[in-house]
Design a binder for this molecule. Structure first.
Ligand SMILES: [Zn+2]
Length: 670
């Protein structure tokens, strides 16, 4: 076999993978899987061993072949690889739709449910339940004509959502703001001014030219002393892709269409509305539970938010408009907390942080993490590590890719390289990619992190542990697979908490020159940033979440989207900072109209509650309490998606999640 993507070695042969290998490999595996499926269904095979095991192996192989392609596209992104990657996306989508709408396959799973379910292990039962649920969500049981309609709705939805994104992008790109008078730049960071100068030069203009990207928007709103500049940016940003801008990018009609399509698809699949459809795969039970959760949290956070806003106005000495809030908040924060993330960098050399992070994992879960030099990596900066269990046996491993470099996607994330499987002779241990974008080392100095970046490292490592410490042998419910969207951030946000604790500080900090750990008073100041304006930030998130959820839950084709009315009602109920009437924030709300958060934006807060409450158990018992840690390992990390998320939480915590630990963490507890 000369296509390196198709070779059977456990880990990807990165150096040998060329863009021209991608599409042939994907086509070949999809063809083989389709032939395999047909043969399976016509052979009369039944049961777990006859149906599920071979399907799991097929899907695992496809994921294994696709994973290095997706990963390399994210971290190296050459033009040819991107083209090859994009060419495969429709092939994969078509294949997944075909699988999930395959009535014969669904019937085979249903027979297992009807005949041998009771004899199966709990993880196997969960897999069967999930599979049947997903068949239903794909409209498998519909008569041919309505199944066709469901497919059309999904295709039209994909196009409309992509168009929504394009409009936001085009409207954003079309706007610029010229500045000729240098006094208007007062307060802006040098790097932002330099960028604007370069942009003007590129357009053969004098002065400065600002584009409307997120870093510029944040910088101007937070730092620009010149109020009209802030107002211009605020107005431009918050009317993007609306009827107040150019008609060709107006998302108003698309929003109506997207909501109507989702509603119709949900109805076809047997749900009352799209909110119910969305919750079918989530930990939250029903719309009433989500609404009650959001409203309860809003009632608890709003008094603090009102107090914070009153404080801010009194600090500013004036009534604040929406474009003043970030600016005065930054000044108040500096005046009150006197802490600079930048100045603390020398205390967090990356090697020290990693060593400390691995020590935390070892103390909690008994795992040892060791670098391997004999594994092929795809860039000289990338390292590979084994995770060894208490018995010294390998449990998994991860590629660690930490530094920013050209053509690497921004941000930080964990992704699956290889899923755990142990099924009828096919075995593999879980392997992860952990990716960050830290400043590379300079000269003989290691990379120095801000505390924010240390927290990011802990967050992604939490996802990594969830993937790598799984004991589940069936890929579709192992690790983070099959974990509900509103629970998947539990292990990551949980892990963040350790980076804020004084017990952990000596492990993860050591001044790059003196080796001294971060002084405790500096940590106290950092901790105070965590609760700074926590009330205002919370009600803002709750406003988005409640708006998203009500929009989908209350949609009625007879009266249309009620977009701005719903938003106004939600703001009346929870908001503290009241945006001006021209604000059209929904028109660029990509999370819910083009991303994966439709009727799911509440997941952020939901998972925060879970993670804060889970960490509460460690606060009660001692943050390195081994018994508590092993319970967290056994109930949550090792079980992945193989059991109901609420049951797993209750097994660990001894009760259902409570809000108080999050309120305490944010300094909002009564
Ligand atoms: Zn995350």
């Amino acid at each position: 076999m000369d296509n390196p993507l198709l070779c059977s070695a456990a880990l990807p042969a990165f150096a040998a993978i060329r863009p021209e290998h991608v599409e042939p490999a994907v086509r070949q595996v999809l063809d083989e899987n389709r032939r395999g499926l047909r043969a399976l269904l016509s052979s009369g095979a039944t049961g777990w061993d006859g149906i599920v095991a071979p399907i799991e192996r097929m899907q695992h192989r496809l994921a294994r072949i696709w994973s290095p392609v997706g990963h390399l596209n994210s971290v190296t992104n050459g033009d040819e690889l991107r083209a090859a990657y994009n060419a495969c996306l429709p092939l994969l989508t078509a294949y997944h739709t075909e699988m999930s709408q395959n009535a014969e396959l669904c019937a085979a799973y249903q027979r297992i449910r009807d005949t041998e379910y009771d004899a199966l292990a709990p993880a196997q039962r969960k897999l069967i339940d999930n599979a049947l649920r997903d068949f239903r969500l794909a409209g498998v049981a519909l008569p041919a004509e309505r199944k066709q309609r469901f497919r059309e709705l999904m295709e039209r939805l994909a196009t409309a959502q992509a168009k929504f994104d394009e409009n936001v992008l085009d409207a954003t790109n079309a706007w610029t703001r010229a500045v000729d008078d240098a006094t208007e730049l007062a307060g802006l960071p040098d790097a932002v001014v330099a960028r604007a100068r370069a942009e003007a030069a590129r357009n053969d203009k004098s002065g400065w030219l600002f584009t409307l990207d997120a870093p510029n928007y944040q910088a101007v709103l937070t730092h620009a002393e010149h109020r009209p500049l802030r107002q211009d940016f605020y107005t431009a940003w918050n009317t993007r892709a609306s009827e107040q801008g150019q008609a060709q990018w107006d998302n108003t009609a698309l929003i109506d269409e997207i909501l109507a399509l989702r509603h119709e698809a949900a109805r076809l699949a047997g749900f009352a509305n799209f909110a119910e459809y969305s919750l079918a795969t989530k930990m939250a039970q029903d719309p009433a539970e989500v609404l009650e959760f959001l409203r309860r949290l809003a009632r608890l956070c709003r008094p603090a938010a009102q107090k914070e806003f009153a404080e801010l106005e009194s600090f500013a000495g004036t009534k604040l408009e929406a474009w003043d809030v970030a600016f005065y908040s930054e000044r108040l924060k500096r005046a009150r907390l006197a802490v600079s993330e930048e100045e603390l960098r020398p205390y967090f050399p990356l090697p020290r942080v990693l060593q400390g992070l691995f020590a935390v994992a070892q103390q909690l879960y008994g795992v040892r993490i060791e670098e391997r030099k004999d594994i092929e990596v795809y860039h000289p900066d990338v390292q590979f590590f084994d995770i060894l269990g208490t018995d010294g046996q390998p449990r998994g491993g991860f590629f660690l890719d930490l530094y920013a470099r050209p053509r690497k996607r921004g941000g930080a994330w964990m992704d699956e390289c290889l899923g755990r499987i142990d099924l009828a002779g096919t075995r593999a241990l879980p392997i992860a990619y952990l990716v960050c974008n830290f400043t590379p080392p300079g000269g003989d100095k290691p990379s120095l992190l801000t505390h924010y970046e240390v927290v990011t490292m802990f967050h992604e490592f939490g996802h990594g542990l969830h993937h790598m410490l799984t004991r589940v042998d069936f890929p579709s419910v192992a690790g983070i697979n099959g974990v509900p969207w509103d629970a998947v951030e539990l292990p990551s946000q949980f892990m963040e908490n350790f980076a804020w604790r004084e017990e952990v500080l000596p492990l993860i900090s050591g001044h790059v020159e003196t080796g001294a750990p971060l002084p405790l008073d500096a940590l106290r100041k950092l901790q105070a940033t965590r609760s700074f304006q926590a009330g205002m930030q919370s009600v803002r998130q709750l406003e988005f979440a409640l708006f998203d959820f009500r929009l989908h839950a209350e949609f009625d084709p007879a009266r249309g989207a009620r977009l701005l009315q719903t938003l106004a009602e939600v703001r009346e109920e929870v908001a503290v900072v009241r945006p001006p009437d021209f604000n059209r924030f929904p028109h660029s709300f990509q999370h819910i109209f083009s991303g994966g958060y439709a009727a799911g934006y509440y997941s952020y807060k939901w998972a925060e509650v879970l993670s804060a409450d889970a960490f509460g158990a460690f606060e009660e018992a001692g943050i390195f309490d081994v018994a508590t840690a092993r319970r967290f390992l056994g109930s949550i990390l090792e079980r992945g998606g193989s059991r109901d998320a609420m049951e797993a939480f209750v097994e660990f915590r001894g009760r259902k999640p409570e809000l108080e630990p999050l309120l305490r963490q944010l300094g909002l507890a009564a």
